[in-house]
Write a protein that binds this ligand. Structure first.
Ligand code: A2P
Length: 318
């Protein structure tokens, strides 16, 4: 399994298990199954509303002797209502309690969007539910992330859904540079320029929705969205290697030097995705897949840019 050497000294396995959309009652079994299949990297967040079930599954796996804590890589994320220097440590402590851990390996700012504290772990419904970037500057929130790091509550800190512009701005005031930027990435949206920026600055890019997120909720779905896994280029390459199209997507993401967190709760597909992380594609196949680029973003962050919000599509994806 490919892995990334982190400045903290640890190694992040390239392939992790995504847990967004994994239903309560299913996610714990999926995590146990994934550990048995060889997964060590688990991507979590309080907004996925399943950290407590994941924590129970991790604790059970550890006490059953299936894995030790030091072999696991656990990521969690800071929700928008917890932005602000003084809110980060308490928010992380809540995730740690749910996950039944003393530390996470990586803690990310989930979105560059601040919400009112009263929203809790939930979504905004009106313009009044936001805090502006002036009221809650990302630099201040980052200072809280640095504090969480210095307390040993997280071994690495990073961001998610940041553009290169936002990474450059953060770098100006950060004492610790982000280790990871987790963003949507797949052949329809390969994020080539952002990946180059991350590589040049020692930041690992983790791809979310690497399989095209076919199970995304209706609110982020439009009728004219293309279906990534139905692309003939992928099925042709898959047939040639005796693989499933999803496995070609996993192999492509690993081979181009990203980390990725495909979600599955199905034991057979979990195993398929894990096996695919060690598949090699030819240069010609890598180029053919890169040809699918159409700058198509499935997750536009429209929830953040509702009428009257201080955030717009232009400022979100600047
Ligand atoms: P399931 O959980 O039933 O396996 P993404 O990671 O891009 O968000 O995509 C997740 C979607 O892809 C889920 O619907 C998941 O379904 C499906 N999926 C995951 N692995 C595979 C696979 N190997 N083959 C087909 N579909 C997969």
């Amino acid at each position: 399994m490919n892995s990334f050497a982190m400045k903290s000294g640890g190694r992040m396995p390239a392939l992790g298990l995504g847990t967004w959309k994994s239903a309560p009652g299913e996610v714990g079994a999926a995590v146990r199954e994934a550990i048995r299949a060889g997964y060590r990297h688990f991507d979590c967040a309080p907004i996925y509303a399943n950290e407590a079930e994941i924590g129970a599954a991790l604790a059970d796996a550890i006490s059953a002797g299936e894995v030790t804590r030091d072999r696991l890589w656990i990521t969690s994320k800071l929700w928008g209502s917890c932005h602000g220097r003084d809110n980060v440590v308490p928010a992380l402590r809540r995730s740690l309690a749910d996950l039944r851990l003393d530390y996470v390996d990586l803690y990310l700012i989930h979105w560059p969007v601040a919400l009112q504290e009263r929203i809790g772990i939930g979504y905004p419904r009106s313009a009044a539910d936001f805090r502006t970037p002036v009221e809650a500057p990302l630099a201040e929130t980052w200072a809280g992330m640095e504090e969480a790091f210095s307390l040993g509550l997280c071994r690495n800190i990073g961001v998610s859904n940041f553009t290169a512009t936002k990474l450059v701005r953060l770098a100006r005031t950060a004492e610790i540079q982000p280790a990871v930027n987790q963003v949507e990435s797949h052949p329809y949206l390969p994020q080539t320029a952002l990946l180059r920026h991350c590589n040049d600055n020692g930041i690992v890019l983790t791809a979310y929705a690497p399989l095209g997120s076919g199970d995304r909720p209706a609110r982020v779905r439009s009728v004219d969205d293309p279906v990534l896994m139905n692309e003939p280029v992928l099925s042709d390459i898959a047939t040639r290697h005796g693989l499933a199209p999803a496995q070609v997507l996993v192999a492509w993401a690993v081979q181009r030097g990203t980390s990725l967190i495909p979600k599955s709760t199905n034991p057979a597909r979990l195993a398929q995705n894990f096996a695919a992380a060690s598949v090699s594609l030819t240069d010609a196949e890598m180029i053919a897949i890169a040809g699918l680029d159409r700058g198509h973003r499935f997750f536009k962050g429209s929830l953040w840019t509702i009428d009257g919000s201080p955030y717009t599509q232009k400022t979100l994806w600047d």
